[in-house]
Design a binder for this molecule. Structure first.
Ligand code: ATP
Ligand code: MG
Length: 431
């Protein structure tokens, strides 16, 4: 048994092979059946001539339904006309399961809601297969970068009791006779873990009860986060740049065909390599005002503002030093200018906007307590977190990258929901 991908890479030319997969599509003409078979690693054309297989097998294939699962054996031939450049001349075929008639996602136009209702089948489409593969490669490359650079993978709990990114997007969970929440970020726990493990990262789901319908918010998303001791704002921006630069170069090298098929030109993506420009929030306000946008210093950047800013750049760029008032309590105020924080968001170009958020954390006990009081938080709820400033506090920074937002940008998707197999949205938790 071989993978279709290995056939398409030319490893089995003129040899006999056996594959297993699903019937993606079929047509017949002039005594030949052309079957497109998919096995999860690729798609290949298989041709079956009358007379080259037993008559019973040839008759069996007539009227074979899309998505039937099969086993095929035959000889691999190079053929420029075949999609992918190779085909299998079928010598035998066994139907493992004949799919029912009326596959819901037959080849015709379907609206987005229908495809979301049938997501369990839609993920078999070429488009979704391709995106899911790019996503997997993205995470594989990121892990590789973290490993090479001395980071340890660390896992934080999903059930938590104290908010990290503000109470309004917390999902409450009944935890026996207590109330708990689903985590919005690993961050507070990561700050505890750096004193144990040093440089750490995670790739895990985060949950946000986002009440607005947008093209870039999910209620459950995958969060790639890193936390680094002895690291300031500049250092954490450098880390993001290097990591993303590496991941993008791997995707350009290993996923070029996939990216192009999604409408993302590889040369365009190659051009988006670091360094990424660093623009202060102050400068971003000026840029918006130059565009005649009514935006006041101290307001938070919304997607509409980010969209305008992204038109001025052709690669990702950082916006740094956000006002203390728009950032969560743990962001370290700039000692030279306490009305702004040592924070940075990374914005993707082409209207995509924020893909990472992060910066330097408060490491001083009194400053942390003061900021908590200002934000109306009860220090009692954060006792363990505050403790970290009592026992060997160090300057430290971190960031969180939205996996789906970044994949959506890299794959040039128009909605974040297609960057994940089973999206969770304000009006959807099924299938
Ligand atoms: P936004 O203002 O766009 O809602 P945020 O400031 O709430 O984002 P952070 O708390 O900084 O986001 O989270 C870090 C990263 O996680 C973001 O840069 C983004 O890529 C991703 N992210 C945040 N919320 C969501 C969401 N609801 N769905 C998907 N990704 C998200
Ligand atoms: Mg948000």
């Amino acid at each position: 048994m071989v993978d279709i991908s290995s056939i398409l890479s030319g490893m089995h030319t003129d040899r006999k092979v056996q594959i297993r997969g699903w019937l993606h599509n079929m047509r017949s003409s002039g005594g030949i059946h052309f079957l497109l078979i998919r096995d999860g690693t690729g798609i290949i054309q298989c041709t079956m001539k009358k007379g080259s297989v037993e008559d019973r097998v040839f008759e069996d294939v007539k009227g074979l339904t899309q998505e039937s699962s099969l086993e095929v054996s035959g000889t691999v031939k190079e053929d420029k006309r075949a999609p992918g450049g190779y085909e299998i001349k079928v010598e035998n075929l066994r139907v493992h399961h004949r799919a029912e008639e009326g596959y819901p996602i037959a080849k015709k136009y379907h609206g987005p809601e229908f495809l979301l209702d049938n997501r369990h089948l839609w993920i078999r489409s070429r488009k979704m297969q391709t995106i899911l593969r790019v996503r997997a490669k993205f995470l594989e490359a990121a892990r590789e970068w973290f490993k090479t650079n001395g980071f340890t993978e660390f896992h934080s709990p999903t059930l938590i009791t104290a908010a990290c990114e503000g109470g309004s997007t917390l999902f409450p969970v009944k935890y026996f006779d207590q109330e708990a929440y689903l985590t919005q970020s690993w961050q507070l726990y990561a700050e505890a873990a750096i004193a144990s493990l040093g440089k750490i990262y995670t790739i895990a789901p985060s949950f946000r009860a986002e009440r607005s319908r947008t093209r870039r918010h999910l209620t459950e998303y995958w969060h790639l986060e890193a936390e680094v001791p002895w690291c300031d704002l500049e250092c954490i921006m450098d880390i993001q740049e290097e990591m993303l630069g590496y991941v993008i170069s791997v995707l350009c090298d290993e996923m070029a065909g996939e990216l192009e098929s999604l409408g993302r030109r590889v040369d365009e993506l190659k051009g988006m390599k670091p360094p990424f420009e660093r623009v202060t929030y102050d400068r971003a306000v000026e840029m918006l005002n130059e565009e005649k946008v009514d935006f006041k210093w101290g307001d938070d950047l919304t997607w509409t503002h980010e969209k305008i800013l992204t038109q001025k750049f052709n690669k990702p760029f950082f916006v740094t030093h956000f006002p203390t008032g728009v950032k969560a309590f743990y962001h370290k105020p700039d000692p030279k200018r306490p009305e702004v924080t040592l924070s940075a968001d990374l914005l993707a170009p082409e209207g995509y906007g924020e893909i990472t958020g992060g910066g330097q954390r408060i490491d001083d006990l009194d400053e942390l307590l003061r900021r908590m009081r200002e934000e109306g938080l009860n220090p009692k709820d954060y006792e363990w977190y505050i403790d970290l400033r009592r026992y060997g506090s160090v300057p430290h920074s971190g960031f969180g990258l939205g996996v789906e937002r970044t994949v959506a940008w890299i794959c040039k998707l128009d909605h974040i929901r297609d960057a994940v197999a089973f999206p969770r949205l304000i009006n959807r938790v099924y299938p």
